[in-house]
Design a protein around this ligand. Structure first.
Ligand code: CP
Ligand code: NVA
Length: 304
């Protein structure tokens, strides 16, 4: 049977996503109680990182260890990937030795090409276009704090980037309304918006977009790989900061999320991560639990 991959949220059905998040919350409870689990004993995850990471690396590596398996950190600097070995050849070889592969890279095409040649599940741990693992954690966090997100209004403030694109996918799969507040020229791709036309609205004014929303989300103004655009982006996004004044326009019990790392004074005010509605630390921790559930689902094919 062909391996299941997780390259975008769309690789799982709404029902699978909900089961996975139920399981993630169960794993979190088990872990907090100190219970141990060895569902992935002797299994190995290869982790290819072509961009930096704190949360993703720690959560996948710790997650595999906590499930009785292990993880290999592979960087292009020390592997033949960095010396031009074709992606398909690397995929054939690596996937013949491990049980799953996680990739963080630039072009989304790299993960799709790798997955086509891989005999084991491939997980997208962030590309320039999507960050589906973060959405698992965000959706888990929302339901743990506020219950089902179906029918809720989510406001994205800032760049139409990889996180925003994954929120657009999530709006369809989890059935919520998404307002995207971004400056002109930084909108998410038109073909993605078109696919989600009944659920996604582009509103350039952040205040209008934030009104009565149940969840406000933002991300850095310049993503990894866009470092040279930092100054231009600071000017373009200066009115797109999430701060307590913007939160005050949202629903009284609105939550705030940020995938982190955050740049205080840019996309968030100095105090925003400490706002009573902010759940950013739970969101970060849930990367661990959501991905442990994902690894069990993809490697074992069941959730138990
Ligand atoms: N949110 C996130 O993916 O963080 P890292 O870049 O630290 O992995
Ligand atoms: N949009 C950010 C997310 C980091 C987790 C980036 O791609 O750098």
């Amino acid at each position: 049977m062909a391996a299941r991959h997780f390259l975008t949220l769309e690789n799982l059905t709404p029902s699978e996503l909900n089961q996975l998040l139920d399981h993630a919350s169960k794993l979190r409870e088990e872990w907090r109680r100190g219970d141990t689990r060895d569902s992935l004993k002797n299994r190995v995850l290869a982790m290819i990182f072509e961009k930096s990471s704190t949360r993703t690396r720690v959560s996948f590596e710790a997650g595999m260890a906590q499930l009785g398996g292990s993880a290999l950190f592979l960087s292009p600097r020390d592997t033949q990937l960095g010396r031009g070995e074709p992606i398909e050849d690397s995929a054939k070889v690596i996937s013949s030795m491990v049980d799953a592969v996680m990739i963080r890279t630039f072009a989304h095409n790299t993960v799709t090409t790798f997955a086509k040649a891989s005999r084991v599940p491939v997980i997208n741990a962030l590309t320039d276009d999507f960050h589906p693992c973060q959405l698992l954690a965000d959706m888990q966090t929302y339901r743990e704090h506020r219950g089902n997100i179906q029918g809720a209004t989510v406001t994205w403030v800032g760049d139409g980037n990889n996180m925003c694109n994954s929120y657009i996918n999530a709006a369809i799969l989890f059935d919520f309304k998404l307002r995207v507040a971004c400056p002109e020229g930084y909108e998410p791709p038109a073909e993605l918006i078109d696919k989600a036309a009944d659920r996604v609205t582009i509103i350039s004014d952040p205040a209008e977009a934030a009104r009565d929303a149940n969840l406000l989300v933002t991300d850095v103004w310049a993503s990894m790989g866009q470092e040279e655009e930092q100054k231009i982006r600071e000017a373009a996004f200066k009115d797109y900061q999430v701060n307590p004044e913007l939160m005050a326009l949202a629903a009284p019990d609105a939550l705030f999320m940020h995938c982190l790392p955050a740049h205080r004074g840019e996309e968030v005010s100095e105090d925003m991560l400490d706002h009573p509605g902010s759940v950013v630390w739970d969101e970060a921790e849930n990367r661990l639990h959501a991905q442990k559930a994902l690894l069990e689902f993809l490697i074992l094919g069941t959730l138990d």
